[in-house]
Design a protein around this ligand. Structure first.
Ligand code: HEC
Length: 146
């Protein structure tokens, strides 16, 4: 990857500064548009983090490419999520996706217990990038059974 990881570090994300620190916001600190936290910009480092946590946390339901082909659906999940590649989903801003991850939406539960604020932000950005990729029109991915 062309980007230098070292250069993309902000002071607050330097590994040594983060050691032993819990990055999660205090329980009282809820996301709202009026108090947007200072999220790191989208770069390769954030994207790689987003992909990592997407595959761990989201893929079981949403599938590797976001087409709702995760194995949880194969086990009869009652209300399957929409494919991320649907226009209505593509139109959502990264903040809306972040908000869904933070507070949940409909049958999509909050993942705040599993992912801290920066990880949720990274995953939301990853979803938005996934939606922009030139993916083939019909599902070709192999359902993940591990
Ligand atoms: C246990 C299964 C499950 C997991 C894990 C899960 N989701 Fe979902 N998600 C759903 C379901 C079901 C819906 C549909 C909710 C509805 O329409 O009521 C959904 C909906 C969504 C939506 C669309 C909300 C809307 O506007 O309709 C987004 C965005 C989303 N999920 C992102 C994610 C991301 C990113 C992750 C990983 C951090 C994740 N989800 C993990 C099941 C899951």
């Amino acid at each position: 990857m062309g980007l230098s990881r070292q250069d993309s570090f902000k002071s607050y994300e330097r590994p040594e500064a983060l050691q032993g620190k819990d990055l999660r916001p205090p329980a009282s600190e809820k996301y709202s548009r009026s108090s947007e936290p200072d999220f790191p910009p989208l770069d390769m480092q954030l994207l790689e983090e987003g992909q990592k946590y997407y595959l761990i946390t989201c893929r079981p339901c949403h599938g590797t490419l976001g087409r709702a082909t995760g194995e949880v659906l194969a086990h009869g999940f009652l209300h399957p999520p929409k494919s991320f590649l649907e226009e209505s989903q593509k139109k959502q801003s990264v903040f809306t996706v972040y908000h869904t991850l933070t507070d949940g939406r409909g049958e999509m539960l909050s993942v705040s217990d599993q992912l801290n604020r920066k990880q949720r932000w990274a995953v939301a950005n990853y979803v938005k990038v996934l939606q922009k990729l030139p993916l083939p029109p019909s599902p070709t991915e192999v359902p993940c059974v591990e």
